[in-house]
Design a protein around this ligand. Sequence first.
Ligand code: NDP
Length: 434
Amino acid sequence: LARNPGETEFHQAVFEVMASLTPMIGTRPEYAQWSVLSRMCEPERQIIFRVPWLDDQGRVQINRGFRVEFNSALGPYKGGLRFHPSVNLSIIKFLGFEQVYKNALTGMPIGGGKGGSDFDPKGRSDTEIMRFCQSFMTELYRHIGEYTDVPAGDIGVGGREIGYLFGQYKRITNRYESGVLTGKGISVGGSQVRTEATGYGTVYFAREMLATAGQSFDGKRVVVSGSGNVAIYAIEKVTQLGGTVVACSDSDGYVVDEAGIDLDLLKEVKEVQRGRLSDYATARAGSARHVVGGSIWDVPCQVALPCATQNELPESGVRALLANGVELVAEGANMPTTPEAVALLQEAGTPYAPGKASNAGGVATSALEMQQNASRDSWTFEATEERLEAIMTSIHAQCVETAEQYGDPGNYVMGANLAAYTRVADAMVLLGVI
Ligand code: NDP
């Protein structure tokens, strides 16, 4: 705490993992001998830089860029870039810390890192976005590489931004190094299913959770918060598996559509027009209701998938969900449920999956993109989705088995944290004190 004053989100993420380690105390003396935990809490490298760029009026704008290279025991640093006005060092550190364990759970050879900027893309023109990305990469390029650090997208960074970032990297370095970024467009080395992967993966994970209770998505009423990349493809997969998503949200409020969210319309509004949920509601005036402000968690559902941002599901939200009979919560976003809200879910015995397990499908598919780039190959949509599904099923099994091994069956938080921690810690012990 004293070393990282004011970094509340980072503290929150570290405490959550530490609390899960209690059953392991004393069982692995080499971890204490080599100070594994203390080293894990200190990023290997933190880079903060100025990002100057010209807006469409010719004025100079200044933003702050970050890349926190957290842990490379298992492989090159891997994790997304977030462009959002709320970005600061605490947020990037919490995301980087979580990423280390998430990546370990995938079983793939990737370390953890995260980056981004306090740049707000909302309302910016395409050319402003491009100039910002080019300026951001003009500093970032010297810190990344296929074998060093491989960024991807996150909030505010999708295929368009990754394209501009990759273009600038290629231009500066004179290297068509496809493996330096993931989430690229298909024609410049991207992978099938990367766009869909986090949302699809979250739903595959939730499907496995339901299956342990002999249930499925068929006929379930589902609420998905957010309406960005993760939310859209979570809605798509729930619908494919027979569930009905009745509500989704953005930072202005939420939409309830009792007939089920119209996915084609949602994609048109969000992905093509880059519009707002209020535009969706206007276009679906017959069945959709737009609520400005308020809490999406007041909408009754059996399955809740928070897919927007950190700490978006507070205690009051969980109380409302429980009162309406929620049966399962699985996180598509990173740390969307506050610690108090998690405790409430666990007390109620409601199955709850932390994002580092349930949203790992995005980074897992990014690692598949790296594999395809390294072998100059590209796989079909079906083959890639099959790999994603197998990875999510395996992460679910690891969580369940590890929770049982440590005497707390059904505790996905403990299962995920202990399984991931062991993998990273074992690698750190092998590599010595570095
Ligand atoms: P997008 O930028 O595509 O979408 C974010 C969505 O969340 C938007 O609907 C946005 O609404 C909403 N949102 C953002 N901030 C807030 C807020 N403060 N209050 C309410 N709503 C908010 O991002 P992604 O879908 O990619 O990411 C969503 C979450 O998933 C994040 O936590 C991210 O870290 C996590 N994640 C993403 C992965 C990926 O592959 N993209 C991988 C793993 C995790 P608005 O438009 O109004 O801002």
